[in-house]
Ligand binder design. Structure first.
Ligand code: PHE
Length: 342
């Protein structure tokens, strides 16, 4: 082939490439076509093989034509790829948006069931003149046990129940130390409730190592066991929104005398007996009693002048009874499917 023929062929290759890539609409196909022309065994290389057969004087001209066609092909690739990007962007813009479609719901959070129950309990007691008192969860042994007349050998001090941080510091096992802190800082008349977390070495479907209690304490002249019972009956009736009664079953807590376990009439069956109350018609909700003079002595309150009553209830239990929650773990797992029901 002569130099002129080769140059004509090269020009044709440029035109041919253009017609090959124009219909292509994805980058991969364009790159493949590029390789077909410019690759080692591509069409342009085939023409270049002829170059060595030419007289040396003709070679620069043809060489220049090769470079030109290479450049043309590269430019066409760039141009076509640019076109495709622009087309894609335009298609994106033109996508129809149906503004009448309903919006996707935005999930809305709310207070945790236990928080709701705690606020409600506080509200009910506040109607009777109780105010909220607070105390630390990391508490001294003295406030938790000693001042509450719990002797060293009492089962509540057993290592099984109490998390000891040191000899003198514990995670409070009940909210009763708030009684002590209140009586040490306030003069009677006292009426407080103290909701908060407590800790015990306990773990099964009805017990968690951390749970929530609400403590109540009233100290005044002339308070009696009957006042305690009245407050508890008012509380359960308001909390469960039906008339329920309370039974005080004699029991022992070192810091009250007399002391009692508080049972309430089963809110599910109304007392006729069901699975929840194990057929008895009663469910236990806490402990209560008349403040022991020993505790008053520790807190420098005159037990000749004042009497008082105290109670402590488990809030998880209250929520369980009202909402039929059957495993205490549900409260703490943070599973939205559980939480959103309340
Ligand atoms: N603190 C006791 C407990 O956690 C409950 C209680 C409170 C009992 C107040 C009597 C008076 O078991």
């Amino acid at each position: 082939m002569s130099a002129n023929e080769l140059i004509a062929n090269l020009d044709k290759l440029g035109d041919e490439f253009l017609s090959v890539i124009q219909p292509l609409s994805d980058e991969q196909a364009i790159r493949a076509a590029q390789a077909q022309f410019l690759g080692k065994k591509g069409k342009v290389s085939e023409v270049m093989k002829e170059l060595s057969k030419l007289p040396p004087a003709d070679r620069p001209l043809v060489g220049a034509a090769v470079n030109k066609v290479k450049q043309t092909i590269e430019e066409q690739v760039c141009r076509r790829l640019g076109e495709l990007t622009a087309l894609a962007a335009k298609a994106d813009l033109a996508r129809v948006v149906d503004v009448t479609l309903p919006a996707r719901p935005v999930p809305q959070g709310h207070l945790h069931l236990l928080t709701q129950v705690r606020l409600e309990a506080v509200q009910i007691f506040s109607e009777l003149g109780f105010v909220v008192a607070d105390g630390p969860q990391i508490e001294t042994d003295w406030h938790t046990f000693e001042a509450l007349a719990i002797p060293k050998d009492h089962p509540a001090r057993d290592m099984q129940d109490t998390f000891y941080l040191s000899e003198e510091i514990v995670l409070r096992t009940h909210t009763s130390p708030v009684q002590v802190r209140t009586m040490l800082t306030q003069a009677p008349p006292i009426r407080i409730v103290a909701p908060g977390h407590v800790y015990r070495r306990d773990d099964d479907p009805t017990h968690s190592p951390m749970f929530t209690q609400i403590e109540g304490l009233a100290v005044d002249e002339g308070l009696s066991f009957a006042d305690l019972k009245g407050v508890l009956i008012h509380f359960v009736s308001r909390f469960f929104q039906k008339e329920l009664t309370v039974r005080l079953r004699p029991s022992y807590f070192p810091f009250v005398e007399p002391g009692a376990e508080v049972d309430m009439q089963c809110s599910f069956c109304g007392g006729s007996g069901c699975r929840l109350c194990k057929g008895t018609g009663w469910v236990e909700i806490g402990g209560a009693g008349v403040v022991d003079p020993d505790v008053f002595a520790h807190c420098k309150i005159d037990s000749e002048k004042y009497t008082g009553f105290a109670f402590g209830m488990g809030l998880e239990r209250m929520a369980m009874l009202r909402h039929g929650v059957n495993d205490i773990k549900f409260y703490y797992e943070g599973d939205v499917r559980f939480l959103e029901q309340f």
